[in-house]
Design a protein around this ligand. Structure first.
Ligand code: GDP
Ligand code: GDP
Length: 463
């Protein structure tokens, strides 16, 4: 199932304009699609590498009678129920109206995920309206200009984790033709042109040192850029250009789960809250830094969050903090590596970096590990190289032959990135033992140098 996004809001806020931008030239195919009513338009949307279904609730502009509110409500409720995520749009130039408040109420009660969009936000005439939008109780508004194509990067950031989850599902049950579609799609120009900041979440137990670490990373820069964007339902994020000592800088957005926790008033809620914040931050991140306290590393809670990050398909970097206190560093490092391999085999090869958030030691290595993990997570392998590799792997260690009939692996291709996902076409995929899939995954990791990223391998039968 692919992700379905409904664009909802009162007439004239700009829903159709955004719909057209997301759906583009495909629109022509859409109108006569069965099952779509006059009032709801449906199309295949795309935003950079994301694919999703978009539902537009336009078509009420000429309804001027008294029943308008009622119709709008019913239509919206229907769209909400059909969608995985709602993009609720207001006109930031007009500000929040009572009708907008009515929509917000429906969405708060009914929708699984809401992205609040303050549209027509090009230029600063919209600033006041954007601020008002916070009062809707739906989190931080995304500044959009559907007409000018601004804010698409932020929209992407909100959709990416949701679309990824849906795509994961799809790659498991999709027919073979999907591969070709994917490859075909590559030549087209993505909508996003500006550089997206790398999304990093710092997660870990209370007192691991998350706040200290983030403050250290932000350093002087915090004053220059200011902590961007206050509190969202999802986490607090800070924008930074994190430079190394040579002055090479990378724009990042760091999700600060500790800041969120500190807002909690009741002490006993802390533990629980920090876990759920961590979970949310993981969904929005590309790279997850699991911060451990060197004195009490790999606690249950640390293992849970690291495992979750892997299952969500995020790149993981393990950072061991408070290294300044350790006396026998060599011995400790050996222990840590041993525990890591034993307790988190699913993260094999993920970088383990020792840091001191307090003194700042190791932060440069942490930065390098984050960049590298991100790079690997995004990597795309050429099909020809993969197939040459596959032949070698098969020669070295032929696949099993249940009931005397050898399973044939014909060819493979990479079908996705973020994290890397591969499909191998073979006979009798259901008979392939897991150990052979592991052999291939570990081989890919080694031979194509992909440490620390989850790798998804799907076997698919032909014919
Ligand atoms: P809908 O009724 O919500 O679907 O709204 P439309 O997409 O039909 O747009 C209503 C009006 O707002 C049209 O005149 C659009 O040109 C205008 N509009 C849409 N998006 C923007 C935007 O980002 N900025 C500005 N300034 N105008 C916009
Ligand atoms: P958070 O709950 O994960 O945000 O943790 P904090 O950043 O609030 O840190 C918890 C405690 O650990 C504070 O007393 C910090 O001063 C201390 N701490 C954090 N990082 C380090 C470090 O690298 N070395 C030492 N010795 N103490 C640290």
């Amino acid at each position: 199932m692919s992700l379905t996004l409904a664009i909802v809001g009162r007439p004239n806020v700009g829903k159709s304009t955004l719909f057209n931008r997301l759906v583009g030239k495909r629109l022509a195919l859409v109108d006569d699609q069965p099952g779509v009513t006059r009032d709801l338009r449906e199309g295949q949307g795309r935003l950079a590498d994301l694919r999703f279904t978009v539902i537009d609730t336009a078509g009420l502009e000429d309804a001027t009678d008294d029943s308008l509110q009622g119709r709008m409500r019913r239509l919206t409720e229907r769209a909400v129920d059909m969608a995985d995520v709602c993009l609720f749009m207001i006109d930031a130039r007009t500000g929040v109206t009572p009708t907008d408040e009515m929509f917000a109420e429906i969405l708060r009660k009914r929708s699984k995920h809401v992205i609040l969009a303050a549209n027509k936000a090009e230029g600063n005439a919209a600033d006041a309206g954007v601020l008002e939008a916070y009062n809707l109780g739906l989190g931080e508004p995304v500044r959009l200009s559907g007409e000018h194509g601004e804010g698409m990067t932020d929209l992407y950031d909100h959709l990416m984790p949701l679309a990824d989850a849906a795509a994961e599902q799809q790659s498991e049950d999709a027919p073979q033709t999907d591969i070709e579609l994917d490859e075909d799609g590559e030549g087209e120009v993505p909508l996003i042109t500006d550089a997206r900041p790398l999304q990093v979440a710092v997660v870990g137990r209370p007192n691991a040192g998350k706040s200290t670490l983030i403050n250290k990373i932000m350093g002087e820069d915090r004053l220059l850029t200011g902590p961007e964007a206050g509190i969202t339902r999802d986490a607090i994020s800070l924008r930074i250009d994190w430079a190394d000592s040579d002055g090479d800088s990378t724009p990042m957005r760091i999700f600060d789960t500790a800041g969120m926790r500190k807002k909690a008033k009741v002490q006993e809620k802390l533990e629980k809250l920090s876990v759920s914040d961590g979970l949310r931050a993981v969904k929005f991140a590309e790279v997850v830094v699991v911060l451990l306290d060197a004195a009490i590393p790999f606690e249950q809670q640390d293992l849970r969050i690291a495992d979750l990050a892997e299952r969500e398909g995020r790149a993981v970097v393990v950072a061991v903090n408070k290294w300044d206190i350790e006396e026998d560093k060599q011995e400790k490092l050996r222990d840590l590596k041993e525990s890591f391999e034993r307790l988190l085999p699913q993260l094999r090869g993920a970088p383990l970096v020792t840091v001191s958030a307090k003194t700042g030691r190791g932060l440069e290595r942490l930065r390098a590990a984050i960049l590298r993990a991100h790079d690997v997570w995004n990597r795309r392998m050429p099909t020809a190289a993969l197939n040459r590799w596959l032949i070698e792997m098969l020669e070295q260690h032929p696949p099993p032959a249940p009931q005397g009939r050898r399973i044939k692996l014909r060819y493979m291709t990479q079908v996705k990135t973020r994290p890397p996902g591969f499909v191998v076409m073979c006979s009798h995929p259901d008979k392939m033992p897991d150990s052979y899939s592991r052999y291939l995954v570990n081989g890919l990791r080694e031979d194509f140098d992909m440490p620390g990223t989850p790798i998804r391998l799907t076997l698919r039968g032909q014919g």
